[in-house]
Design a protein around this ligand. Structure first.
Ligand SMILES: NC(=O)c1ccc[n+]([C@@H]2O[C@H](COP(=O)([O-])OP(=O)(O)OC[C@H]3O[C@@H](n4cnc5c(N)ncnc54)[C@H](OP(=O)(O)O)[C@@H]3O)[C@@H](O)[C@H]2O)c1
Length: 334
């Protein structure tokens, strides 16, 4: 099979399409998916440059999520699933023509969605659902602030929060604001402007993918009873490299943490969310993706694909993410 291989740590030129052995026949409880699209995540870029300690060592094939068609099934899996259109989480190995995944993680892809859209679901929508509903306990009428709102997770969160009847404010660079409004954001905020937080109303939930100094600000923006869901460290990364000079001033306030006595007195919650940890612990992403079935089938959740990039040009997909050009998901197609 063909796969996009990180041949060694380095710039985008280290991504090369190579022939690799096909995966073994699916074992019990697995299905083999003929991949039609693979989602690209910032973590893949970190793995390529050597800043993701949990990634496999190069040469390696990364990729957390795919869509495609079930090609074969292992013992205990209904043979009628062969030929089914599915999307699902792959713990690495997604940038390839074939991959074996747990049958429980291979979720039927609604007919209304393309394969490109399918590959945009697992990470973004599982994270957004877990943040808003699984842990954020979002209720109708609540006001939500979504940081990095034009990113893949951000757009998924906008759609789910809208469907839940929330008022939505979102931060993004100004060129993306008109898209945010199209997606249903009630107030688009330019977070690059100094003092952008002044005069904002208090929030019931803040989704914070920035980390660092942003977390304290997010906390201050909560009303009593409010919840921050912290799920990223974007503020510590700039483009291709992560330098200590950029990271340290952001890392230190996080290491100092929150004061529980103050939290109790303020009645505010700070929730950390790491989908990989949950995935490892439960052995499947299904608890966070399963509840999305109806929203995906009836058009409430509509994955937005920024660009489908051929395997042969995989470096371009990484470049787009690092340059923050995307509105929505970048996927690779074989
Ligand atoms: N904890 C988890 O389980 C989990 C799961 C999924 C994703 N994440 C993390 O959540 C974050 C967002 O993921 P995503 O898939 O939505 O990403 P994405 O589609 O690449 O969008 C990220 C957007 O964040 C904004 N941004 C603000 N500051 C940034 C910075 N310093 N570096 C890069 N981008 C910055 C950029 O938009 P503007 O042009 O508007 O600035 C960028 O386009 C990432 O850090 C990712 O690693 C965590």
């Amino acid at each position: 099979m063909r796969a996009v291989v990180i041949t060694k740590h380095g710039d985008i030129s280290v991504l090369k399409v190579q022939e690799r052995p096909d995966p073994p026949p699916p074992s019990a409880g697995q299905v083999r998916v003929a991949v039609r699209a693979a989602g690209v995540n910032f973590a893949d870029h970190l793995a390529r440059v050597g800043l993701y300690p949990d990634a496999p060592k190069p040469p390696c094939v990364v990729g957390y999520e795919v869509s495609g068609t079930v090609e074969a099934v292992g013992d205990g899996v209904d043979p009628a699933r062969v030929g089914e259109r599915v999307f699902g989480g792959t713990r690495f190995g997604g940038y390839a023509e074939l991959v074996n995944i747990q049958a429980a993680d291979a979720i039927p892809l609604p007919e209304v969605l393309t394969f490109e859209q399918g590959a945009a679901i697992p990470v973004n929508y599982a994270t957004a659902w877990a943040a808003l509903h699984g842990y954020g306990s979002l209720r109708a009428g609540e006001r939500v602030l979504i940081h990095a709102a034009a990113g893949g997770v951000g757009i998924a969160a906008i759609q789910l929060a809208k469907a839940a009847g929330a008022e939505i404010h979102g931060t993004a660079s100004p060129a993306k604001h008109s898209r945010l409004v199209e997606f249903g954001v009630d107030r688009a905020i330019d977070y690059r402007k100094d003092g952008w937080w002044k005069g904002l109303p208090p929030y019931d939930i803040v989704l914070d993918a920035m980390g660092g100094k942003s977390l304290k600000r997010s906390y201050d923006l909560l009303r009593p009873g409010g919840r921050i869901v912290a799920y990223g460290f974007s503020a510590m990364q700039q483009g291709e490299k992560r330098s200590l000079r950029t990271a340290l001033p952001q890392l230190l306030p996080m290491l100092r943490g929150f004061n529980l006595v103050k939290q109790l007195s303020d009645s505010k919650a700070v929730i950390g969310l790491n989908m990989l940890k949950l995935w490892d612990d439960r052995g499947t992403l299904e608890p966070w993706i399963g509840p999305l079935g109806a929203a995906l089938a009836d058009g409430v959740a509509v994955p937005v694909v920024h660009e489908a990039v051929p395997f042969a040009n995989a470096g371009e997909a990484h470049r787009i993410l690092a340059a923050r050009e995307n509105v929505g998901k970048v996927v690779l197609v074989p």
